[in-house]
Design a protein around this ligand. Structure first.
Ligand code: 0FX
Length: 253
């Protein structure tokens, strides 16, 4: 059984959800700390569980001394949408577990639902052990979520994080008690980086795509108020942002 646990996250909602699950399970004799990356704003993170405000640390995993300190203090680390890559020294010395908003190994890396819409691949959520490569280690649990033609990146993302939270709820105890089983990913799968997402965002006005490909691209780049897809206005060179509104007819009407 692991006793000294740290949860590192850059996603306020996921960190809060994780903290609520841990608190609900009322596991005796564990100490849980919470941390964010230097990329996140400390003020955005205010984790409350049962009227208790958890203290959040800022951890820079590029700093050797910090990594050594973490290895000394903790025996289990959860990465819950943590934007820092865990260094090899850390993953070789402490059990590190990642919760990923994609179905490994199909959708490794950044913004998995975006690439699942573009490439029409299956999508889901995964809990896995961390090795030195991104979203690559032994799989503890994973599940698909439905992907619809009427989805945008945001609606699909919301379904995925709901599934991540379900998987955490279901598998947390077996992870903390170190009684879980793993399976190896079937292949290296697909890995997408932030730069692959950035490349998608400019729509070339002379690009030829089928209607389906174009609609899929806009659905994949539509995520609430984010300004993702754009074309360059030939008149003044300014970016013009666009997104798509998708709604399937309601059968009851
Ligand atoms: O926390 P997270 O949902 O997850 C991301 C990666 O997708 C994940 O693979 C990695 N393990 C984790 C550390 O970081 O990312 P987010 O909260 O920055 O963005 C959530 C969604 O919002 C993303 O899937 C797509 C959308 N988005 C985000 C940004 C910043 C956009 O459409 N445009 C943007 O500029």
């Amino acid at each position: 059984m692991y006793k000294n646990i740290i949860v590192i996250s850059d996603n306020q909602f996921m960190m809060q959800s994780f903290a609520e699950i841990i608190s609900k399970k009322q596991i005796d004799s564990i100490n849980v700390s919470y941390a964010i990356s230097p990329y996140s704003n400390y003020l955005d993170f205010n984790i409350l569980t049962e009227n208790r405000s958890e203290i959040i640390n800022v951890l820079d995993l590029k700093n050797q001394d910090t990594v050594k300190q973490v290895i000394k203090e903790y025996d289990l680390i959860f990465s819950i949408h943590c934007k820092q890559l865990f260094p090899k020294e850390l993953v070789d010395n402490v059990k590190c577990i990642n919760v990923h908003p994609g179905y490994n190994p199909l959708n490794r890396g950044w913004y998995p639902q975006v690439f699942a819409i573009i490439n029409d691949t299956n999508i889901g959520a995964t809990i896995h052990e961390i090795d030195e490569f991104m979203d690559h280690g032994a799989i503890i649990a994973r599940a698909f979520v439905e992907k619809k033609y009427s989805d945008t990146s945001l609606s699909l993302y919301n379904r995925i994080i709901e599934k991540e939270i379900e998987l955490i709820d279901e598998h947390l105890l077996s992870i903390i008690t170190n009684t879980y089983k793993t399976s190896a990913p079937e292949s290296e799968g697909n890995l997408y980086l932030k730069k692959d997402f950035n490349k998608l965002t400019e729509i070339q006005l002379d690009e030829r795509l089928s209607a389906l490909e174009f609609i899929n691209k806009l659905r994949a780049l539509t995520h609430g108020t984010y300004k993702n897809a754009y074309f360059v206005n030939p008149e003044n060179g300014k970016k013009v942002f666009l997104s798509i509104n998708v709604e399937e007819e309601n059968e009851d009407l």
